[in-house]
Design a protein around this ligand. Structure first.
Ligand code: 3H9
Length: 696
């Protein structure tokens, strides 16, 4: 087989070219090829070499697919050492993104040139790792300890110009990679520039308090992660030693982290979030047009969807019920775009152009006549949705995609209001829609395949993470949420406080606990959901009433400064309200429940068992295609800790038999709520795990 690395002579300049699509990862063949090409250059008459890559990007890192498998020689640090040890200079040309091991190859080269627009980064922490091919040792020697640690702990991508000012690259050249490389190589020849090895430099002195401040910041921002602080320790310890000793410390840190469940979880998340978008059913199916988006409703959700579309270059027509509401929606969108300008995400002139040319607000449904895809984001009742879809059916052009942003209603029932159910789909955005990455794409019974493809194309255009979901109350995300929230409520009824539950789950790694989330979303939302489901309630269901009491007291959460927590100047993020405990205690007393203590571990065990069990039902019923779709939904829409990979990955980690044992144990006291998912039982019986369903 041809090597993915080639060597060619351009007079006095040798060119080492990596060609390993799609992102030139340093697979075993690339590593072998780099060593062979370096040897060829060493033995050749060429005086300087250009090291570059073909395709859309320079090397984007080590081949992540190899992680967790037995390592194959040559190892990347040795390959890089081999290049750096050459006695003739090597100029590395960076285009696209030089990430992880790719950037480490560049650091092992003697000179670095960035093509305009190129970026570098050390994103290993996103995989639960630290740079393992010299990144923690060479970068501090090149640019100083603090900026180096900031780069690899933040995993941010550093643009070409900033690289130049930090001293990471020697030049930024606005030419093709090969021309840029040859230009700089000629400069090396003309000026007689020598071999310059970063490993022979020493780390510049730095202020200890600055390092301490960075550590504190990182510890706070990356709570629960083990790799970030280990990276700083490795860089600091190694930076005080000869390079070769420092490399040993880095290697040890890298391999220690490679064995952790966090590494396995984060690599699972990396591949899972890419897999949700590649559906076999969409192979070869072209999406419909989506240049012009209609949005019905200019509230928080509709406004956020409109902003998301505008920022992605799509034309938006937003419909509100009257001129005044349309103006209000337009003002809200303008304000959000102003915030984007303030955050540096949008140029002021671009904001003006978007508002003037790309956005129309109107109270007339006929303004949607030319829209390619319309997303309804009106109040969440079936009657209102049906009315909207009847109107859309009358005014939209043939072939327009008609989407509902409902978060739980029956999309089949909504589609039945039109004469074109094949054009109807659910597109469930998460609030704030211009920020949250998840998009549940709800495929109804009659939805046409190219309409599904259009949903996925929209997600791509909006840079969202799409997950295919089937129709059921709450789809994937909210259906599972309802179940684990109920498990939490049961524990409150039995004696745990909402505050202990929130704390146990935040300590587990969740961004927020369920009761803090309820305050954020609004206690009224939970109340209305309970009211909606009341008629179909089974008498065996155990339901807490304290949420209704809070609702009737006007304690609607953050928006009224009181919910489960009190929000004021003293505690803007909220502090537990003892009155809530009193309300709950009264309910327990009225129901004859003697409260008992819970440990945090017990809370997590029960909460997670409920989440996993419902996740297994969702997969078993075909609402989610695979366990990984559940994981991605929870990671991107519900604050599930990424370093645990998602609930189904976590279940595999703790063992499906132990999850089933928890469910069976709880079923002894409540066999209505705790009904084991048939899929979970089957997998346990067969000795398999959820990951076996992710393949293919
Ligand atoms: C590392 O380097 C460790 C070293 O320090 C030490 C080693 C000893 N490997 O994202 P996309 C696949 S750790 C294997 O859709 P984009 C990806 O799965 C690594 N495969 O494209 C997808 O496959 P498919 C540090 C990889 O243009 C396809 O490429 N580096 C890798 O939106 C296209 O990817 C990173 O963490 C890989 N390294 O974004 C960088 N990378 O088509 C991770 C991608 O079958 N990668 N694939 O679904 C990225 O951030 C983005 O992929 C990138 C391109 C920005 C490069």
């Amino acid at each position: 087989m041809d090597s993915p690395v080639s060597y060619e002579a351009h007079g006095e300049i040798g060119v080492i070219r990596v060609n390993n699509p799609p992102v030139n990862a340093t697979s075993a063949a690339v590593r072998q090829g780099l060593v062979a090409a370096a040897d060829q250059f060493a033995a050749s008459a060429q005086k300087v070499a250009v090291l570059m890559a073909d395709g859309r990007t320079f090397i984007a890192g080590a081949d992540i697919k190899e992680f967790g498998k037995p390592p194959v020689k040559p190892h990347l640090p040795d390959v890089i050492h081999h290049i750096e040890a050459l006695e003739k200079p090597v100029v590395c040309v960076i285009h696209g993104t030089a990430l992880g091991g790719g950037f480490e190859v560049a650091l092992g080269s003697h000179y670095r040139v960035a093509v305009k627009g190129a970026r570098i980064g050390l994103p290993e922490v996103n995989l639960g790792l630290i740079p393992g091919a010299g990144g923690t040792q060479r970068l501090p020697r090149l640019i100083g300890m603090i900026p180096a640690c900031e780069i690899f702990t933040s995993s941010r991508q550093v643009g070409a110009e900033e690289c130049l000012s930090l001293g990471i690259v020697d030049a930024v050249i606005d030419k093709s990679p090969i021309e840029a490389g040859l230009d700089f190589a000629r400069r090396v020849l003309d000026q007689g520039l020598p071999v310059r090895r970063v490993s022979e430099m020493s780390v510049a002195p730095y202020a200890e308090p600055d390092l301490a401040a960075l550590k504190t910041k990182v510890a706070r921002a990356q709570k629960g992660h083990v790799c970030h602080l280990r990276g700083i320790d490795v860089a600091v310890e190694g930076g005080e030693l000869p390079f070769i000793e420092g490399m040993k410390i880095e290697r040890q840190g890298f391999w220690d982290l490679m064995q952790t469940p966090q590494r396995a979880a984060m690599i699972h998340a990396f591949f899972a979030e890419r897999k949700t978008a590649s559906l076999p059913e969409l192979k070869g199916i072209a999406p419909r047009a989506l240049g012009h988006i209609g949005v019905i409703g200019g509230g928080t959700m509709g406004g956020g969807i409109a902003v998301s579309c505008l920022l992605s270059g799509l034309k938006v027509t937003l419909i509100e019920r009257d001129a005044e509401a349309a103006q209000k929606a337009s003002d809200g969108i303008a304000k959000t775009l102003t915030d984007s300008v303030k955050r540096g995400k949008l140029k002021p002139e671009a904001r003006e152009t978007l508002l003037a040319d790309a956005l129309v607000t109107s109270a007339d449904y006929h303004s949607l006549a030319e829209a390619d895809l319309v997303i309804e984001a009106v109040f969440e009742t079936m009657e209102i949705k049906k009315d909207v879809f009847t109107k859309l059916d009358a005014v939209c052009k043939p072939g327009a995609v008609l989407a509902s942003n409902t978060s739980y209603l029956d999309v089949d029932e909504i589609a039945a209001m039109t004469n074109r159910p094949e054009d109807v789909i659910g597109l469930h955005f998460f609030s704030p829609a211009h920020v949250m990455k998840l998009l549940e794409i709800v495929v109804a019974a009659k939805t046409a395949p190219d309409v599904v493809a259009t949903g996925f194309a929209l997600a791509k255009a909006l840079k969202k993470v799409p997950v295919r979901a089937g129709v059921c109350d709450g789809f994937i995300g909210n259906r599972i949420l309802k179940t684990y929230r109920t498990a939490g409520d049961h524990m409150v009824l039995e004696g745990a406080s909402p505050f202990q539950i929130d704390k146990a789950l935040v300590d587990f790694g969740f961004a927020m606990g369920p009761y803090a989330v309820a305050d954020l979303a609004g206690i009224d939302i939970g109340y209305l959901t309970r009211q909606r489901l009341l008629p179909g309630r089974d008498p065996r269901e155990r339901i807490g009433d304290w949420g209704d009491v809070l609702y009737h007291k006007g304690r609607l959460g953050r928006k009224t400064a009181h919910g489960h927590y009190i929000y004021d100047a003293q505690s803007p993020k909220g502090r537990p309200d003892p009155e809530v405990e009193e309300i709950i205690a009264a309910e327990r007393a009225a129901k004859g429940i003697t409260p008992r203590d819970f440990t945090d571990a017990e809370i997590v065990e029960r909460y997670m068992a409920a989440m996993i069990n419902e996740g297994a039902k969702v997969v078993g019923e075909g609402i989610a295609l695979r366990p990984l779709d559940v994981d991605v939904t929870k990671l991107y829409g519900y604050g599930f800790p990424r370093f645990r990979g998602g609930p189904m990955h976590y279940a595999d980690h703790i063992g499906l038999d132990s999850v089933l044992a928890t469910i069976n144990r709880e079923a002894q006291t409540d066999d209505f709520f705790w009904q084991p998912a048939p899929l979970l039982q089957q997998l346990v019986a067969e000795g398999r795990d959820f990951s076996s369903l992710n393949e293919g």
